[in-house]
Ligand binder design. Structure first.
Ligand code: 13P
Ligand code: SF4
Length: 304
């Protein structure tokens, strides 16, 4: 079906069925155009609780839909693309965390929200990239095991001196792929541009940046300056900025290579299937849901 027709049909059906669409900013512009709420992980987690509807469609990856289900069990939660998962969310086995806790009972386990429900269930508090520093600063805990993203963990460690950190060997394959050479090459092409990166990038890349922040913080930073900006995060952010300000120069680091394959699995066809009832439904055992909810509640409590 032609794109515009399909978009209209989705809008009509979602209104008839009162389905709200949540989309992470990394989604393609076609999907963002359909969304009731667009934002970063923290914003979506909070927004999900307040939506007045029976069904929510998450356009993103599985952990995001799981988070909605954990916080809003009364809602039917759909995931836009059945196989869309964050590879980092699967890098650590919950058993490793349980074993660590047995050996180091004085450590508090902080799980990045990009984790499975099973991993959240063995953690003490969840954080997002926009709330991690704030939450860990506020928590009355000296020793932190930060999982799974060691890059984000190191970024938090730098910004929260005075606490002890331990890490496992996880990372986002998309952000971790950016090298110092990529940054130098892009800066040589645009010597006057500022450079903004996501804290999921390697520390040596973040060190070269004028600004380090979450998806929404990068967007605010780029829109708040008159300078050109090199964007060091998933290409959806650059697409979003260009739509908002077509006359401005935003340069995507690594061009088309900095794309999260899982985030981009959602197509208009998948959204249509989900809306008409042929998509993936998130189901969760109640005991797992309650165990995974505790660290999310702590996140919302400390995150403010
Ligand atoms: P934020 O949306 O929290 O910035 O995280 C980026 C990300 O990688 C989402 O999967
Ligand atoms: Fe996971 Fe990285 Fe993709 Fe985000 S961009 S969903 S962290 S793989």
């Amino acid at each position: 079906m032609e794109k515009q027709k399909l978009t209209e049909l989705i809008k009509q059906k979602k209104n008839e069925k009162n389905i709200k669409i949540l989309a992470h900013t990394y989604q393609s512009p076609d999907i963002i155009d359909l969304a009731d709420v667009t934002g970063d992980s923290y914003m979506l987690a909070k927004a999900a609780q307040k939506l007045d509807c029976e069904t929510v469609l998450m356009c993103g990856v599985r952990f995001m839909a799981e988070t909605v289900k954990i916080l809003s069990p009364e809602k039917k939660v759909l995931l836009s693309a059945e196989g869309a998962t964050c590879p980092m969310a699967l890098q650590i086995d919950p058993k490793e965390v349980v074993d660590f806790k047995k050996k180091h009972p004085d450590y508090t386990v902080c799980a990045y929200i990009n984790t499975t429900a099973e991993l959240k269930a063995v953690s003490d508090v969840c954080v997002t990239s926009s709330s991690a520093v704030r939450i860990i600063e506020r928590m009355d805990a000296e020793n932190i095991l930060f999982i799974p993203d060691k890059n984000l963990g190191r970024y938090v460690q730098m910004n929260v001196p005075g606490k002890n950190f331990a890490f496992f060997d996880g990372c986002c394959p998309v952000h971790n792929s950016i090298t110092v050479d990529d940054v130098i090459a892009e800066k040589e092409k645009h010597p006057d541009a500022l450079f903004a990166v996501h804290p999921e990038c390697r520390p040596e890349v973040a060190e070269l940046a004028d600004f380090v922040g979450s998806t929404s913080a990068i967007i605010d930073y780029a829109l708040g300056t008159d300078s050109d900006v090199i964007i060091g995060t998933e290409r959806g952010v650059t697409d979003y900025l260009k739509i908002k300000h077509p006359s401005r120069n935003f340069y995507q680091l690594r061009g088309d290579l900095l794309v999260c394959r899982d985030m981009k699995m959602t197509t208009l066809e998948e959204v249509y299937s989900a809306i008409i009832g042929s998509g993936a439904i998130i189901e969760m055992d109640e005991s797992l849901r309650l165990a995974a909810k505790r660290p999310l509640d702590n996140m919302l409590k400390y995150g403010g």
